[in-house]
Design a protein around this ligand. Structure first.
Ligand code: PLP
Length: 371
């Protein structure tokens, strides 16, 4: 008996997506590695979140609230969206899969830009949908007119804003043009705003305020990145009430644990921590942009997020080679050749604290200048 033959046909060919943050696969102990490959808050979680976790240990023998009432109320208060427009997931990744499972029917076409976060593709393939790719322009922008042209006859279009791995925002007017046109064609627009809280406030192009105006708009946000609750796994979707209702019907019960919920609620009240994070990333983005741009052979794409995409071709090194050389310094970076639309000469580095960023620059200079 060949067990694989018993699996669904379209599932058999799927391969897991590659990500940064592979610290558990390394020989180093986690404590000795500086992880620039995962784009998360370098300060870790808020102290209020840690306290809330400790104070919630008593909840462990109980099932968590499968409707996530208290965390929905906390998010609602924080972002000004009604709890009926929210669905909570085991990380925003769960919401990507749930959305695709609910809305992508067999052989329906879905539009995905390239390069972008790999799980949209996986979720659509798992739902047995068909993918159309729209490659970004030479300077890694979305051409809104091209996007709209390609959007004809697609059921769902994904957009990541700011985009992973480029760090670039899609301008608000372009987004509205896309969502507006999509609504007329019955196309759903899925916008991933997981990195939006890091973007400069004056450039922010979040569509959260538009959720009541466009029935076809769905947005995800995460507690993984800005709030540093990475290992706890909690994120959410924001959408039209009908979309939320039907997704809630098929969501896995008790998908979010009680400690993740408590931490998420607490971190939303810690404005001091949020302000500190926003300020740190803003300052370090400027510092790192300047320092990285001075490294011989580096072409750094200016970023609105908490990471940089860098073309290293002129250094004469491939991303994999640079990654393994940096590991000798205890530094882990993301080699980007698994992203559709990028070749073997791109790396991505997260923005961390000043001391850590300086250590990265020092190591890069040693590797690039002296081999
Ligand atoms: C753009 C983007 N969306 C979603 C996710 C998934 O985040 P979460 O931890 O909330 O599942 C990631 C993780 O790397 C990401 O980069």
């Amino acid at each position: 008996m060949k067990i694989e033959n018993l699996a669904k046909e379209h599932i058999r060919n799927l391969k897991p997506c590659i990500h940064g943050g592979e610290v558990w696969q390394l020989e180093f102990s986690k404590k000795n590695i500086l992880d620039f490959s995962a784009n998360v808050n370098p300060l870790g979680p808020s102290p209020k979140a840690i306290n809330a976790i400790i104070e919630s240990f008593w909840k462990i023998p109980f099932y968590p609230d499968s409707n996530n009432k208290s965390v929905k109320e906390a998010i609602s208060k924080s972002i000004g969206i009604s709890p009926e427009n929210l669905i909570i997931g085991n990380g925003s990744t769960e919401i990507i899969y749930l959305f695709s499972e609910v809305f992508v029917k067999e052989d329906e076409r879905v539009l995905i830009p390239a390069p972008t976060f790999g799980e949209y593709e996986m979720a659509v393939l798992k739902a047995n949908g068909k993918i159309e790719y729209l490659y970004l322009t030479h300077d890694f922008k979305i051409d809104a007119n091209e996007f709209i042209k390609k959007m004809e006859d697609v059921k769902v279009a994904f957009l990541c804003n700011p985009n992973n791995p480029t760090g670039l925002l899609v301008p608000f007017d372009d987004l509205i043009k896309i969502v507006d046109k999509a609504e007329k064609n019955n196309t759903l627009i899925f916008v991933d705003e997981d990195f939006m809280d890091f973007a400069p406030k004056e450039k922010c192009s979040s569509l959260i305020r538009e959720i009541d105006y466009y029935q076809n708009l769905f947005i995800i946000k995460s507690f993984t990145k800005f709030f540093g609750l990475t290992g706890l796994r909690i994120g959410y979707g924001i959408g039209n009430k009908e979309a939320i209702e039907i997704m809630s019907r098929v969501k896995i019960p008790w998908n979010v644990n009680c400690l993740a919920e408590a931490a998420a609620i607490a971190t939303l009240t810690d404005s001091e921590f949020s302000d500190k994070t926003y300020r740190l990333i803003g300052e370090e983005r400027e510092f790192l942009m300047n320092e990285l741009s001075q490294i011989k052979g580096f072409y750094v794409i200016p970023s609105d997020a908490n990471f940089f995409l860098i073309n290293i071709k002129k250094t004469g090194l491939k991303a994999k080679e640079l990654k393994s050389k940096l590991l000798k310094f205890g530094i882990l970076i993301r080699d980007c050749d698994s992203f559709k639309g990028l070749d073997e000469y791109y790396i991505r580095v997260a923005i961390r604290t000043r001391k850590e960023n300086e250590y990265l620059i020092e190591a890069l200079k040693k590797v690039i200048n002296y081999g």
